[in-house]
Design a protein around this ligand. Sequence first.
Ligand code: CTP
Length: 406
Amino acid sequence: MLSGKTIVLGVTGGIAAYKAATLCSKLVQKGANVHVIMTSSAKQFITELTLQSLSKNAVFSDTFDERDPSVVSHIRMADAADLVLIAPATANVIAKMAHGLADDMLTTTLLATMAPVMVAPAMNVHMYGHPAVMENMKTLEQRGVMMIEPGEGLLACGYVGKGRMEEPESIVAVVERYFDEEKKAEPGLLHGKKVVVTSGGTIERIDPVRYITNDSSGKMGFAIAKAAREMGASVHLIHGHTDTAPPAGIDAEAVQSADDMYQAVLKHWHDSDMVIKAAAVADYRPAETASSKIKKMGDTMTLELIKTVDILEQLGKSKTNQFLIGFAAETHNVEVYAKDKLVRKNCDLIVANDVTAEGAGFRSDTNVVQVYDADGLVEQMPVMSKDEIARRLLTIAAARMNGAGN
Ligand code: CTP
């Protein structure tokens, strides 16, 4: 149920705007307080009166139509929203969002809001597949905008293919699931705690144009940082090379090498309550980094590598009251290696996974992990989203940190 939630429903000018009436009605029936913002093109397809009658709230479409002199409407809407949902979203509004344009009530509200944003695209199949639209959607996703993929079928333009806005019932289900998951994160669990998360792969330079890195996407660490913030922690994220930008609204610091990461972690170590080392740190780096590009010479080339600092091990040695969580990505003998790392690096918990398992691995959105403490297995988590794993892991860690202490 959506009671107590304020949803700003943005309706843009596509034929699917007619479905916005059903969507609005269903959200209201579930208890949401829905405020509709329409673009001027949307009004070619559906009237303000329809959406006003269904939402029981005034509908906005003109930034300059200020009805209450004591407030600025688009800022008030932006601040009040628990979620901004754009349905249907045309290629045009998606492009405006990707580029930060703000030329009407909806796009100004979108720039001003700190609330999560969901977008349900609806357009012709060729428009949907156009590289510009694809690129814009990717940009939005990287900024944390949630996309509700369109369905396939007969489109209003006569084409059959992908581009039909997802049905209102399914959109409502996505919205409900979102608020449900948010609830599960138990907002207060890490309240007042400082949590440092490392994520991504380090980059060890060979010369100005070459480096050694690994396949880490940064997704697991990003999910942990997000979940820690949802649980009330003040989060500092230190990340190496990652596939996507860090989650919006998180205090994030980009670093390159293992040594950079170590220095960055040390700055926060003493006043941290919890440190989670999800990063894939290089174990070795070139003994020397050439200052200019190394030229090709003989048929073979030997690169001398030396050990990097083991950040987790160093932290484990100087631990006072910090709760320390390490990761162990393995391809075999997971339990044996994970337990060995837990002891060797003096961690409170270790999160182990077999990166070769189905549903696990660096680039995947899901993972399969086991959590160990000094006494053995704490929890075996089946294949689940990295977001869900992050929440469960932090719930286990918070209970231990707040309860038995460290
Ligand atoms: N780690 C670290 N610094 C390093 C290497 C690893 O802090 N130089 C951390 C990782 O962030 C992870 C944990 O140690 O939390 C285990 O990393 P992993 O690569 O699985 O283990 P290693 O100790 O490097 O052991 P091996 O490569 O032999 O499996």
